[in-house]
Design a protein around this ligand. Sequence first.
Ligand code: SME
Length: 147
Amino acid sequence: MQKDKAYQEIQTALKGVLSTSVPWETAMVSLIALVKEKLHYVSWIGFYRSYGENLWVGPYQGRLACLEIPPGKGVCGTAFQQKKTLIVPDVEKFPGHIACDAQAKSEIVVPVFQKGKIIGVLDLDSHQLNAFDHTDQRELEKILTTF
Ligand code: SME
């Protein structure tokens, strides 16, 4: 329930920010700042965007992250390749998980589409096991359609 309330607050604040047309970077950093402020179980949030062959880290908040991820590798590359959200309750059980932060225990990765084409992913990590559920999936997917 607390999670629902936090997402409501994020949605309301974002509506204000995105009420006029803003550049894509502005929308990204605003979402990142709001999630970091409202969802205390999130240790890292950021975008990986497709450039050339690979995904490259974009705006984020958290500890220094891996810069480059090939499609199909790690949770991010797999979600990108499969074009679907992946919830990983325990990263140690995900074959090929890329550990940027040794303390990260669970993760959700949501694909980002623009005009129907996948352009990258949004990645959230937590230091808690099993931090992300279908509320996170539903709310993050909904937010990303408003970008
Ligand atoms: N764990 C991710 C790599 C990115 S970091 O978590 C910021 C993965 O397995 O793709």
